[in-house]
Design a protein around this ligand. Sequence first.
Ligand code: 4NP
Length: 152
Amino acid sequence: MKKILFVCLGNICRSPMAEFVMKDIVRKAGLEHEFEIASAATSTYEIGNPVYPPARQKLAEHGIDCKGKTARQITKRDYDYYDYIIAMDNSNISNLRKMFSNDPDGKFSMLMSYTSRHSEVADPWYTRDFEATWKDVTEGCNALLEWLKTKD
Ligand code: 4NP
């Protein structure tokens, strides 16, 4: 079982998009029993709120449902429980390192680092460009799965 936690600032846009895209990719690959996938925030800003409507809409355009997901903040229990804690941008990594003693177990990585682009996932909060985020997240999640297939 591989346990993956996607993380962003608010857990209402980028990390839930990654969570539900990854669940969809894994299900379509027939590998759902090998994975546990969730998402969380570094901040407390949006705790309890559902996925942001334009992000939900972008997922729905591609037949992906995120009903029932509400934002929550990452905990120490999450740090211990998940194998891969995957951030959307450099600021998320910096926040995570401060929260969890500089990542003693080496669990943090950036989603786009699994692609050939090594950039950050486009943040739609200010740009409102949810299509750019969708493209980054799908590319990152597909590359992540290919990399994970090479792991035991
Ligand atoms: P997310 O987007 O980190 O992708 O969920 C944001 C959500 C909320 C805020 C910023 C980004 N905020 O400042 O409240």
